[in-house]
Design a protein around this ligand. Sequence first.
Ligand code: CP
Length: 309
Amino acid sequence: MTQAFPHRHVLSVEPLSQDDVQHVLNTAEAFFEVSRRPVRKVPTLRGKTIINLFYESSTRTRVSFELAAKRLSADAVNMNVSTSSVSKGESLRDTVRTLGAMQPDIVVIRHGAAGAADYVARKLDCAVINAGDGMHAHPTQALLDAFTIRRARGTLSNLSVAICGDIAHSRVARSNARLLTKFGCDVRVVGPRTLLVPGLEALGVRVFDRLEPALEGVDVVMVLRIQKERLAGPLLPSEREYNREYGISFASLASAKPDAIVMHPGPMNRGVEIDSDVADSERSCVLDQVEAGVAVRMALLYLLAGDAS
Ligand code: CP
């Protein structure tokens, strides 16, 4: 694990080469077993400080970054925005400058505004990791999804991947499309026209508005959450109708490869974008994705703040 990582921040997947992605995933493989040990801790980042700054709700990303830091023996501080001086009106600029004065090694930020993580990186001297910024990017989700796919299918290269559902509001879809097309994958995005936005082809993907042809022969079915909190106006007929046309069920999976895996970044709307029997089946990698999240985030913290940085 001595190969240098040629990036100061992880703000999006665009600057990462195939080699960079494989280096992150190989490093994550080395950390994966740490979380399965009786004592889940290594001294790798002793003396380092990681601040998690989440302006939006999160379960998986926030907890896994905290666990990743703690399992590497770093000091992890989770700033609760609702009980911080943000609630008194302190700006993002003043908040990050204040945190920067406390000399962290890495700031992990989730924010509702696209570009917030880039902005924070320009204000701080330390490394910054984007844990999701508006509808723009979620690079660590794409990396943990790549880790999960590589483990399940043995490769990341030249696979067929269908990304299904609320494409318009999804930073997960954008980051996954950008990462998987680097590896020659045939990436298809599918959803109702109201949840597809113009210009998606520029991501190097094929666009479908019907599920069956989109899932034809795919290796991976990636299901997206309907982001009710970001829907402005009635973009869906009804949840029931959406489930009938676009919900992932065993019936709709019939056109995918028989051993296609099913993924979902969570949290899931069961019975809307994914049926419970699929979500809980052996084809589902949902909990593998969660476990991968800790290992991949350990890898990123190590690569940005450890000996290899
Ligand atoms: N996948 C994901 O980002 O989940 P959280 O919002 O729970 O972090």
